[in-house]
Design a protein around this ligand. Structure first.
Ligand SMILES: [Zn+2]
Length: 1035
């Protein structure tokens, strides 16, 4: 999936991290048990996995109270006692909240002083724990086990505490992950969507094999009303069975009195009905206005990660792969699409048509299943053995040519690169009018946002770059993700890091004119910025709850994943070893599931004639621990010493970790610094190491072209020498290396290792800089500081900073043209420069932008604003009352979505309070502005003071509606939190944010992005305290 907004600046700035905080684990399910005194029967037969997966509730409590090393029986007794103590505490805290768990508990800014409440709760808790301990102590041998008060029995293993199903019976499973005793083999799905009343009914037939003796079948189902269930064992007769449901974990189960035996086959058939979802996941409805203004409805699916269960009952985990036969009933004027080609159409007596699709020729994870009922039109082309088609609403067919051409070329490229042909006979790419993610790689039926797939005839190369890049990402998934799939979401990076890496490398190979290198470099910088926080996580990390799964879709899985693959590829000898390794991996695991070690082992096993590298040893240090190293280099005589430590931004400077990485440290020096042959490598595995350089060497630049995932500190002398060299001649280093120096020095300033005058020292050379990457990186960093100063109302410093930026970049800004430009890199450069110039009210820029907008309006749409300048022009126009209205009208009329989005960003950049409120409410309701745009609207609003002041209040007031639309932990929600809080830098704001989120409990308090938000505010606070006076002196 590509969850990101397809605008590179947003992509670079959106938040993607999550918390690793066991204290926020969900409440144990003890309330049910307390209510249900009879709910302690014994399940005599336990599956082997009962032992493997420890029940969450007792685990939480034992850990929560800091006790270790108890023996089994002790633990059973102790944890039960604590269970009750905890349950009381949880319920007492629940009483403080309103009746719905979905409602936040404290209105904004009414957070009670923690001291009083915390004290009361703590005292209460201690009293309860003490009383319960006493009770247990005086009830010798009596434990609260399932059989009530019984003596501990040394031979009985501790049994999990089962929750209660909706019908009052005990639900036979107590974990998020499903038991492994039953394996689905195939699904027959028969679906009847009724678009007129937004409901659907279905029948799902699942053939399964029994792997271990068991008395239960447990699978997923969410929001489905199951009306009938039958079960058939082997060749026996089908019998009606009762379905138990445990809604909090979205699970259903069938219990059997006799054991199902390993080796048996069985069939479960379920009839059900449900509403089409109003959010963006599951089987959901979407609508759009056609060219006559008529509202058209359609239904589409988005299942990754956990929503297939909302469309059909299934074993909804990635390693339960199976085959699928899908049948969909539709009206004659609609069409249906699914993963496989259409096999047959049957006319039904009621006038409806039933489409049956071929059985999937591959075993597939449930999250990759997809179907659509709509009236789209396609264009198609044969590529090798595959029919490639691009579908859109009929009005937009003219915008599909580019996608078809791009997808065809990339499919051929991947077929050759992986040496495994795409395995299906067809590949559809579909633009969905209402779609939250950027795109989704469903096998054979890739779905996209319209802006990620459709390209206007006159679109600029930069807009084509966006589409090509998303198509390249999703096509790479057909191998990485679909053919070989991660076993569980903890290794999501195997899908996403790879697809992200391949998206950049395939475009560099197939469409070099799209100049994707600058973007890849920028996203690596942003991945470093995120991963520097304490709230970051290891690339491969434990996840369990749905929220934790959602939160894996972040920059660590995607962009850090891609960055470490780039580092590995650059390090391996020869240019084919990496490719050979991944071909080996794909062949070895075709149709199967893998974990991170499988990949590293495949890469290690590839024969290297000269040296045997242990890829596994090296790469595990990058995937199993969070963060990345800071490499400090000192140079004395002919000896160069390098040391490594964890680059960890912490607000108190107190946390030190002993993490070490296996770092391929690359470097060039002043005698040879540009060509790839200049690159030398030193492998640093320990805390420090040294190597020799000729004494004549004046300076070293480490991390050649920033292909390594680390930051370098050169010490005062080193930075001086490099700064001096750049001032004498900009071209002594590649533009990637110059950009990397700029990124690194700002990061070091944030870490507190270099003073801000050292940063400005390096930037002395920047007025001679003309290349895209260094200029855009410097502008981004300076703009970030400007934004912080602006939001702190440091008006004098804001004015000085603006002057500084204009002084450094003014002449380059004035050199930019306003006509059509074909070169992507030049487009990136001028759009960054001119957007900044106009936002700083640079007179020349503002006048040119106004004139261009007037020309555009007067021409009635015949005169076009160059695509890369549209944003600058719309932002300027939106500051005038009349032009804002004109822009709003145009927004309603424009058909091409990329342009429409830029208009929306222009509209949201207004300073007018009423308009700000109205845009926010319109986006939330989804009537005129689609709700999928809300994260973008909030991001844009927050750049300007008035919008920034409203947005945080808006988020607090409408939190419940937000989490209805965007699941807790999901990428859009992460983005919203980041946008609204990342410019706060005061204690008052810190308290507000902390107070609001802690009141949410399971409705959001546990999100990693909350931790990240708090950390960021603290770091902003620290940076400001340290640097405000410095800035007053320097600027
Ligand atoms: Zn993806």
């Amino acid at each position: 999936m590509d969850p990101f907004d397809n605008n590179s600046t947003e992509r670079a700035n959106l938040p993607r991290n999550m918390i690793e905080n066991s204290m926020f684990e969900e409440e144990p399910d003890v309330v049910d048990l307390a209510k249900e005194p009879t709910a302690f029967p014994t399940f005599p037969s336990l599956d082997p996995e009962d032992v493997t997966y420890e029940p969450r509730s007792s685990r939480l409590l034992v850990r929560g109270l800091g006790e270790n090393d108890m023996d089994e029986d002790e633990e059973d007794c102790e944890s039960s006692a604590r269970l009750l103590g905890m349950s009381f505490m949880n319920r007492s805290s629940a009483h403080r909240s309103t009746s719905s768990p979905y409602t936040r508990q404290s209105p904004p800014r009414s957070c009670p002083r923690p001291s009083t409440r915390t004290t009361v709760v703590c005292v209460l808790f201690l009293v309860i724990v003490a009383s319960m301990t006493m009770v247990l102590y005086f009830l010798p041998g009596c434990t609260f086990t399932k059989t009530g008060c019984v003596k501990p029995n040394k031979t009985t293993p501790s049994e999990p505490v089962y929750p209660v199903s909706t019908n009052g019976e005990l639900f036979p499973w107590a974990q998020y992950r499903l038991p492994r005793s039953i394996r689905p083999l195939s699904y027959d799905l028969d679906l009847n969507p009724k678009l007129e009343d937004m409901t659907f009914s279905g029948r799902t037939l699942i053939k399964m094999s029994v792997l271990h003796n068991t008395k239960r079948i447990v699978l997923h189902s969410a929001s489905l009303n199951i009306s009938k269930a039958t079960f058939k064992l082997g060749n026996g007769e089908a019998k009606d069975v009762t379905i138990l449901e445990y809604k909090p974990r979205q699970q259903i189960a069938v219990k059997f009195s006799d054991e199902l035996k390993a080796g048996q086959f069985c069939v479960l058939t379920l009839d059900y009905s449900a509403s089409l979802s109003h959010s963006y996941s599951g089987f959901y409805n979407s609508s759009y206005s056609d060219k006559d203004g008529q509202r058209r409805v359609l239904a589409a699916t988005q299942f990754e990660p956990l929503s297939a269960r909302k469309a059909f009952p299934c074993f909804d985990e990635p390693d339960f792969k199976a085959t699928f036969v899908i049948k969909i009933t539709r009206k004659p004027n609609y069409m249906a699409l699914s993963n496989m080609p259409l096999a047959k159409i049957t006319q039904l007596p009621n006038g409806l048509m039933k489409d049956e699709f071929e059985k999937t020729s591959v075993n597939m994870s449930t999250y990759l299943v997809a179907f659509i009922v709509a009236n789209f039109t396609p264009i198609s082309k044969n590529v090798s053995e595959t029919l490639v088609s691009v579908y859109s609403v009929p009005e937009k067919t003219e915008h599909t040519d580019y996608a078809l051409d791009t997808a065809s070329k990339l499919l051929e490229f991947y077929n050759g690169f992986f040496e495994i042909n795409y395995p299906l006979k067809k590949l559809d790419l579909v633009a969905i009018p209402d779609f939250l993610a950027g795109a989704m790689e469903n096998w054979g039926l890739i779905t996209f946002r319209e802006t990620s797939l459709l390209v206007d005839k006159l679109s600029s190369p930069l807009e084509k770059q966006v589409v090509a890049s998303v198509v390249a990402h999703e096509l790479a998934h057909q191998w990485f993700g679909n053919l070989v799939t991660m076993s569980w979401w903890n290794d999501l990076w195997l899908n996403e890091g790879f697809a992200t890496y391949m998206q950049y490398t395939s475009l560099q190979a197939v469409f070099p004119q799209l100049d994707i290198g600058n973007l890849f470099l920028a996203v690596r910088f942003r991945a470093l910025d995120k991963d520097a926080l304490n709230s970051s996580h290891a690339v491969s990390t434990n996840v369990n709850t749905p929220e934790q799964v959602e939160e894996m879709f972040d920059s660590v899985s995607y962009e850090k994943g891609a960055s470490i693959l780039l580092m590995l590829n650059a390090f391996l000898p020869g240019d084919q070893q990496f490719r050979k390794g991944i071909i080996r991996y794909l062949r070895q695991f075709t149709g199967l599931n893998t974990n991170t070690d499988d990949l590293w082992n495949s890469l290690t096993q590839v024969d290297v004639s000269t040296q045997h590298l242990n890829v596994s040893e090296m790469m595990t240090s990058w995937t199993s621990q969070k963060g990345f190293p800071l490499v400090t280099v000192t140079h004395k005589g002919d000896e160069v010493t390098v040391t490594q430590e964890h680059f960890l931004l912490t607000s108190d400077n107190a946390t030190h970790t002993s993490s070490l990485w296996h770092i391929p440290v690359t470097y060039v020096n002043d005698s040879c610094s540009l060509a790839p042959e200049c690159k030398q490598v030193f492998t640093l595995k320990t805390e420090s190491g040294s190597f020799k350089q000729p004494e004549s060497v004046k300076w070293l630049k480490m991390n050649y072209k920033n292909t390594g995932f680390y930051i370098v500190h050169y010490g005062d002398e080193g930075w001086n020498a490099i700064g001096q060299a750049l001032s004498n001649n900009v071209s002594v280093l590649t533009q990637e290396d110059r950009a990397s120096l700029i990124h690194n020095i700002f990061a070091l300033s944030r870490l507190g290792r270099v003073s801000f005058d050292r940063v400005l020292n390096l930037l002395n050379y920047i007025s001679n800089e003309t290349e895209t990457s260094p200029v855009t990186e410097a502008l981004l960093q300076l703009n970030n500081i400007l934004q912080l100063l602006d939001k702190r109302q440091e008006q004098i410093l804001v004015a000085r900073m603006k002057n500084y930026i204009l002084q450094k970049f003014g002449s380059l800004m004035n050199k930019q043209t306003w006509e059509e430009e074909e070169n992507v890199s030049k487009q990136e450069l001028r759009s960054a420069l001119l957007e900044t110039a106009c936002s700083l009210n640079e007179e020349n820029c503002v006048q040119r932008a106004k004139a261009l907008f007037k020309q555009y309006v007067d021409s009635n749409g015949t005169s076009r604003i160059p695509g890369d300048l549209q944003q600058t022009v719309f932002n300027v126009a939106a500051q005038s009352n009349d032009d804002w209205e004109t822009l709003l009208t145009a927004y309603g009329q424009v058909n091409y979505n990329a342009e429409k989005r830029k208009m929306l960003r222009g509209l949201a950049s207004t300073h007018d309070a009423r308009r700000i409120v109205s845009i926010l409410l319109l986006s939330l309701s989804g009537d005129i502005i689609q709700t999928q745009e809300l994260p973008l609207v909030i991001y844009t609003l927050c750049k300007e003071i008035p919008g920034y002041l409203f947005a945080w209040d808006f988020v607090q007031e409408h939190w419940d509606k937000l989490i209805e639309k965007f699941p807790v932990g999901s990428f859009p929600l992460q983005a919203i939190i980041k946008s609204t809080t990342s410019q706060f830098s005061t204690q008052a704001h810190f308290d507000q944010v902390q107070c609001f989120f802690s009141g949410l409990k399971e409705r959001g308090s546990q999100m990693r992005s909350v931790q990240e938000a708090l950390e960021t505010i603290r770091l902003n606070q620290r940076w400001m305290n340290k640097n405000l006076s410095v800035l007053r002196k320097l600027l």
